[in-house]
Design a protein around this ligand. Structure first.
Ligand code: GLC
Length: 497
């Protein structure tokens, strides 16, 4: 075979291999229907099952939040927010007219707290308390001055974006870490207690952690507070804020469930709440854990590799590992290494060992790079070439870049189509689209993927139209970006606590 023939044969083999992978990532209409139905089944099972800790089903965690703000809430409270990447301490002033002012100090979680296996809970919560102290020094120094005893305690709402078995508004034990953390001795411990103890130890006993909330719950509450609950497109019809959700480093969502359906709540709690006139409670679904048994979730060999080799929680949060920002780049990285192994890409490297170090490093390729490749229309995909050089030190041919763009689009398409499933399922289960004459609903969304990934929301909408809610249902759904959800939401929780 001549050099040209060989080159052509390799390109053909590459195209075939890439098309096969893209076929595997395709979500058909039937699959959407099947997954939505299964999601509803799992929601119902999760609402009945007591133990969210060991089960592989949908956790469906009661949040003990039983009412929604209406925008008239007023007051100044503190909020702290531990996510996958940053820790924030904020002071939130709710003005009572849907608006707020927020002062914040944000710090990137130090790598050693995420990577070092010997880190303990004490290390983590002492770091959080030191950051809280830095915030108090700057924004509430009066509490550190002499004679500050007469000042009222500072209430703090804590957004903790990990699965917690919540037992009241301000208590609950960590079920397991998700996203990046691996600190073993936190599992099973009460998160509020850990934080409060360290705040006391750092000399901040006047900061009272009065509420703990998941980021999705915060997003739902803050969207309710900020939204004036009308939709200008439908000439002032009242819309319901039905779901709070995150598509960022991780993915998850929450919604209001009727208390009488939450069978997992102890009988006496259910009775007491109903006697108090409470009818609904926000449920944190922890949908990242949907179908951990992979009964219906599409599963490629790359998904298995990401779960088993790259993630800190193998066997759990498998839906999240197909959808969220933490893993999209990793899926692509695993595919590229495999295509090299098949001999159809990057043939200048003779063996795995010779590949650029970054291409061999788990979680090295960020989803942001994929977002640039997704929409690259530059000549010969020059921007993709630069992105791959900068991020992975990986030189590419035009044919390789063309294939990589196809793969990126296959991965993001699957992610967005899967992302629509919980929304369709919750709307169907709660009958939210038929509640009023028009049945319009707002979905408060936060997170880098839904906010910044090009085309993500519009792909989600396509999937919603193909899902059991149909095109008519999809038209009633308003996906809204809810900014600062975790800060404002935690503050709202603390205010009512
Ligand atoms: C992970 C966490 C969940 C959180 C989500 C989004 O899935 O388990 O609690 O809401 O990430 O941050």
């Amino acid at each position: 075979m001549s050099f040209n023939e060989l080159h052509k044969a390799t390109e053909q083999a590459l195209t075939k291999a890439v098309d096969d992978i893209c076929d595997e990532f395709y979500i058909s209409d039937e699959k959407l229907q099947e997954l939505t139905d299964y999601f509803i089944e799992q929601m119902e099972e999760g609402l009945n099952k007591q133990d969210a800790t060991s089960s592989k089903g949908l956790p469906m965690i009661p949040s003990f939040v039983t009412g929604m703000p209406n925008g008239t809430e007023r007051g100044v409270v503190l909020a702290a927010d531990l996510g996958g990447t940053n820790f924030r301490v904020c002071s939130v002033k709710l003005n009572g007219d849907h608006t707020f002012q927020l002062e914040q100090m944000k710090s990137k979680i130090p790598d050693e707290l995420l990577d070092d296996e010997s880190v303990t809970s004490k290390d983590l919560f002492s770091y959080l308390s030191r950051r809280t102290m830095a915030f108090i020094k700057k924004y509430h120094p009066e509490y550190l001055a002499p004679n500050s005893e007469s000042l009222p305690p500072l209430k703090l709402g804590f957004t903790f974006s990990y699965p917690v078995n919540q037992t009241s508004l301000n208590s609950g034990c960590l079920i397991r870490w998700t996203k990046g953390f691996k600190i073993a001795d936190t599992v099973g411990k009460d998160i509020v207690e850990l934080y409060q103890n360290e705040l006391n130890a750092q000399g901040l006993p006047f900061v009272h952690v009065v509420a703990m909330t998941n980021d999705t719950v915060g997003t739902l509450l803050s969207h309710c507070y900020c939204s004036d609950n009308t939709d200008s497109l439908t000439s002032g019809d009242i819309t319901e804020v039905a779901i709070g959700c995150i598509y960022g480093t991780g993915t998850n969502g929450c919604y209001m469930e009727e208390i009488k359906n939450i069978k997992k709540l102890p009988e006496e709690d259910r009775k007491r709440l109903l006697d108090e006139g409470k009818t609904h409670m926000v449920i944190n679904t922890e949908w990242g854990s949907f179908d951990n048994n992979c009964k219906h979730l599409p599963t490629t060999k790359y998904d298995v590799e990401v779960d088993q080799k790259s993630s800190a929680n193998p066997g759990f949060h498998l839906f999240e590992k197909r959808v969220s920002g933490m893993y999209l780049g990793e899926i692509l990285r695993c595919i590229l290494v495999d295509l090299h192994d098949q001999g159809v890409m990057f043939n200048q490297y003779r063996s795995y060992d010779q590949l650029p170090q970054r291409l061999k490093s788990p979680l090295e390729l960020s989803s942001e790079v994929l977002s640039h490749i997704e929409i690259d229309d530059s000549k010969e995909l020059a921007e993709t070439e630069l992105s791959l050089l900068q991020s992975l030190r990986l030189p590419t041919t035009f044919a390789e870049r063309h294939s990589i763009q196809k793969l990126v689009r296959g991965i993001s398409h699957r992610s967005a189509y899967l992302a629509a499933i919980p929304i369709a399922a919750i709307l169907k289960k709660t009958n939210a689209l038929n509640k009023r004459y028009h049945g319009e609903v707002e979905i408060g969304c936060d997170g880098s993927v839904v906010e910044y990934y090009p085309g993500f929301r519009s792909m989600m909408r396509h999937a919603l139209a193909l899902s059991p809610i149909g095109a008519e249902g999809e038209r009633k759904v308003h996906l809204r970006i809810a900014k600062d959800g975790s800060g404002v939401g935690a503050a709202l929780c603390a205010l009512v606590a």
